[in-house]
Design a protein around this ligand. Sequence first.
Ligand code: GLU
Length: 487
Amino acid sequence: MTQNLTLKTRFPPSPTGFLHVGGARTALFNWLIARGAGGKFILRIEDTDQARNVPEGTEKIIRDLKWLGLDWDEGPDVGGPHGSYLQSQRLDIYAQHVHKLLEAGWAYHALETPQQLDELRKQAQAQKRTFRYLRPDPLPTAGEAEAARQAGKAVVVRFKCPDESVSVNDEVFGQVEIAADELDDFVIQKADGYPTYHLANVVDDALMGVNFILRGQEFLGQSWRHIVLRRALGYEQPRYAHLPLIMDMQGKKLSKREADIGVYSFRKAGFLPEALVNFIALLGWSPGDNREKFTLAELCELFDVSNIGKSNAKFDRDKLLAFNTAACAAAGPERLLSSFKDYLSLNETPIPADDEGLLCQILAITKGFRTFADIRAKCGVLFESDNTFDYDPKAVKKVLAKNDGAGFAVLAELRRMLARCDWQGEALEACISDYCQTKELPMGKVAQPIRVAVTGRTLSPGIIDTLMILGRDKTLARIDRCLQLPR
Ligand code: GLU
């Protein structure tokens, strides 16, 4: 098992704003592989594209990964023997590697302006062929490159691709052969001196000792570049595995730009991290049987690259909702309370987030909720001001005004009884059911008018629970306000 002990994976996001579920899946799978094998997991931030970086992008990624329950052995916040883990701090390392490749004749300066390249691309398009950069012959000399640079021209460095096919041995997609005529001399250093993704990514993976690369399928077509770069630099090849695409329910690729597929959006929408992790784990992976419920620890035990499928995964929001409902029902009271508090702290709500006793009571009376947002929707009104919450006109019409205001009449009578009632669960229950019996009315005909009167709508926790949370004064004030509504 010595090989397993040295297994090293990584998650190298660009800090472009937020961690989306696709990125979270890549991070999770890499983490599971490392943890399951007693290996190491690295977080590296690929922030060399100045135009795409957003402020606090790194902090947000770290925040979201931690919320999911992931950790790393090396990374920008925890350090490690191969730092810095921010690519923007490693520019001299990339420059040295580019220099080395130039010296060894593996790379050359290219002087075409972006306009010239655009022109060539358009020509190819017009002739309906894929654009391929053709290596100039003879190659520009170092002197010519320097002179062009001095003259303010864009000078890049390109890698000389081999003239034979390259094969990627992918542990999910199998042997993927890229024919020689599909390879081109790709850029490794941009005109501003920054490395391209390919160069920086390969250099870092090699220097950081990463020996297993698992990432989204969109990178499969790029891997040949990484293989040839490693060869030229004399680095060993890692294992490769690419993850199937994630599609929405309409079969379209899940867009990274959709903010509502961000991990943070799910947190803010009232999901539990364990439900999201469980759901994400099944996007392209399955344990090989029909089992669907896993904790992170169980996933660590069971996860195996050989069970990652090739077919596109489906992002089924209903399934996620079902997972979350089950996770909430299974969570212990303390876990639920801390997550609920977290949810409230991220959202505007009249529910007093610092009253733990009250929050526990709310959690207890809303059992069966799907997300914390359900609780907020159901209970928020109980904490709004008595004279400003809205009455849903449909609810008022249906429950109170119909049949010559039968509901209003019930309400007026009950108001008198409730005013005298001891404000305890049992007493309130007795009061309402006595009234039902005397009037020969089913419970619904009595509870609903009260519910609409005190919450403005037909949906709330159980009526006694609702009244207990409100207390006598608020209940009566709300009923009085309701009785004043125009009929
Ligand atoms: N920085 C790349 C990204 O944004 C990393 C891709 C890779 O894993 O090589 O996804």
